[in-house]
Design a protein around this ligand. Structure first.
Ligand SMILES: Nc1ncnc2c1ncn2[C@@H]1O[C@H](COP(=O)(O)OP(=O)(O)OP(=O)(O)O)[C@@H](O)[C@H]1O
Length: 336
């Protein structure tokens, strides 16, 4: 039984998701205490409960202590089972973060895992579904991960109601040296999607136009699609990507569409101007997969608290040691 201190480092939901994910893969039971103690409302929220319940279904785990507000759980997995799973988060809780919790284990199932998930696709403080699809999946597919994500409806805060179908095939993961994949930044083409639901079409257009202006002025070729729909929830957002780097900004009432677009562009440019191979968010998301493949490397402009916390959790589950090395103005993270 492994014991994880949920208050360590970032002290948020990610320690929990990574612990449950790696417990499910390794079959090693885990107790997590002091869950989300660094957050204003400590303990499990509805979306964390759903993620743990889904992981438990997939690997036939028993879970003690689960419930909203709970600050300690014990997760005891058995075998990972393929099949079809229907999940309703019930709120605009992030579908991408739920998938983050179950994707590592799903790759080790003997048969395909198909999930139909209702929840939030474009919500704050999490990867958008487009980021997951175009940045995270793009990177881990280089490690042999096989997954298809189909966004049928977008779901925005607070109502949610987004619908995503994910099919994860049994995969043989292999180490990947992303740090060797850095190209001349100016060769990178930027693509993206700007979207809105139940709002005038010009919202998605203005987000896209302002982002494109800034990206093109910085010397990059840029193509941004727009999407305007009438889903159950109302909202907007934009996700930009280029190679292994992305930027996602959700729209907000009172925040002009031009600002939403310019924020995303500025965020992506700060990543593109660094000579790193991945962005700061992808960095933390790659750590459990690097642990599982026991190899690989990437460079990143800074090591975030999410990344160092994920390194600590991954090292406690798997027989691996990560190296962090400063290389001029970027950091290289590799598995020893
Ligand atoms: N704009 C973004 N683009 C891509 N990934 C993001 C973005 N914002 C957050 N993330 C990712 O989402 C995850 C958030 O983890 P975090 O621990 O903050 O989760 P949480 O469940 O929302 O927990 P808590 O409510 O405790 O903060 C991290 O993997 C982080 O890299």
């Amino acid at each position: 039984m492994i014991h994880i201190d949920g208050s360590y480092g970032e002290g948020g939901g990610q320690i929990l998701r990574t612990s449950v994910a790696l417990s499910a893969v390794t079959g090693e039971a885990v107790t997590i205490t002091d869950i989300r103690s660094n957050r204003p409302k400590p303990g499990l929220s509805a979306q964390h409960v759903k993620a743990i319940e889904t992981a438990a279904m997939i690997c036939d785990a028993t879970v003690e202590g689960i419930g909203i507000g709970s600050t300690a759980i014990t997760f005891s997995p058995q075998e990972i089972k393929g099949g079809y799973y229907n999940i309703d988060i019930g709120t605009a809780g992030s579908i991408a973060l739920l998938l983050q919790c179950i994707m590592p284990a799903a790759a080790y199932s003997e048969t395909e895992i198909e999930l139909s998930i209702i929840g939030g696709t474009d919500v704050s403080w999490s990867p958008s579904i487009d980021y997951l699809n175009n940045v995270t999946l793009r990177a881990i597919s280089e490690m042999g991960y096989r997954c298809n994500i189909d966004t049928r409806k977008r779901g925005y805060y607070p109502r949610g109601g987004g619908v995503v179908h994910a099919t994860i095939s049994p995969s043989k993961l292999r180490a990947c040296d992303f740090s060797e994949k850095v190209r001349e930044a100016k060769d990178w083409k930027v693509t993206g999607i700007s979207h809105c639901s139940n709002l005038p079409e010009h919202v998605a257009q203005r987000q896209a136009d302002s982002a494109r202006d800034i990206i093109e002025k910085a010397g990059y070729e840029c193509h941004i699609d727009t999407e305007c729909a009438e889903y159950p929830s109302t909202g907007s957002g934009i996700t930009l990507q280029s190679e292994m780097k992305g930027a996602y900004v959700p729209g907000k009432r009172g925040l002009p569409a031009e600002k939403v677009g310019s924020r995303a562009a500025t965020e992506l440019l700060s990543e593109l101007s660094s000579n790193s191979s991945v962005d700061v968010h992808l960095a933390d998301q790659l750590i459990p997969y690097m642990g599982l493949t026991k190899g690989g490397s990437f460079t990143v402009r800074e090591v975030s608290p999410h990344t160092s916390t994920n390194i600590s959790v991954t090292e406690q589950f798997l027989d691996v040691k990560f190296n962090i090395q400063k290389k001029e103005d970027i950091m290289e993270i590799s598995v020893a």
